[in-house]
Design a binder for this molecule. Structure first.
Ligand SMILES: [Zn+2]
Length: 223
């Protein structure tokens, strides 16, 4: 799932856990992506981006056991839950943050080609629907997910338009005929990891701004 939709998922968690501060939720939904960026940059996890890449289908997440496996994501979620419950004495916050962390791997498995391991290093079949192998379908699914978030959160027009435009801003990664940053990133998976790192931060900031434009998500603001 792209950075915008992962970030937007924090709006859904916030809707069902209104008492939890929004910034930790934003970090939670992208926690394993931040881990992925870091591990790619130091060479522990590996990504290939074909030299003639034109779309997301040319990106191959070859090795990402610690950031993007079901088992390790559950471990990160459990650690976050325990730390938040123990250090801040906020078990409900910890649970919502754990849900946010798990949302990432579930959304990725729903759209990736099969590259999400259940338990790494066992050689089991990997999870993924294969939608990222058909970039135009992937773009449609990404847009539909943004609309779904808006609908379930009962967001305003700013949210609907914002999430649609942010999803469309990555269109060059889904449409071969439209050239964008992927042309420069082709053949440079390390640059790709840094680019995605930047995209994560921009997506989180944009969704935070959208959050501040809602009057139904923060019980303190609504009173
Ligand atoms: Zn991911």
């Amino acid at each position: 799932m792209n950075s915008i939709n992962h970030a937007a998922t924090a709006l859904v968690v916030k809707r069902f856990a209104p008492g939890v501060p929004f910034v930790p939720l934003l970090i939670s939904v992208q926690l394993i992506e931040f881990i992925w960026v870091g591990l790619n940059l130091i060479g522990v996890e590996r990504t290939q981006f074909d030299a003639d890449a034109t779309t997301i289908a040319d990106m191959h997440l070859v090795h990402m056991p610690f950031s993007h496996s079901i088992a390790f994501t559950m471990l990160w979620a459990a650690i976050a839950w325990i730390v938040v419950a123990a250090v801040w004495k906020q078990p409900k916050w910890g649970f919502a943050i754990a849900v946010g962390i798990m949302s990432h791997i579930i959304l990725d498995a729903l759209i990736h080609v099969p590259d999400v391991e259940i338990i790494p290093f066992l050689g089991w079949p990997e999870l993924g629907t294969g939608i990222y192998g058909i970039p135009l379908l992937a773009l449609a699914v990404e847009l539909a997910y943004g609309v779904f978030v808006w609908w379930i959160v009962r967001g305003n027009m700013t949210m609907l338009i914002g999430l649609c435009l942010l999803n469309l801003s990555s269109i060059s990664f889904y449409v071969t005929a439209i050239a964008g940053p992927e042309v420069m990133l082709a053949g440079h998976p390390d640059w790709l990891a840094m680019f995605i790192g930047g995209h994560i931060v921009i997506g989180l900031a944009a969704v935070y701004w959208i959050y501040t434009r809602q009057d139904n998500l923060d019980p303190m603001a609504a009173q």
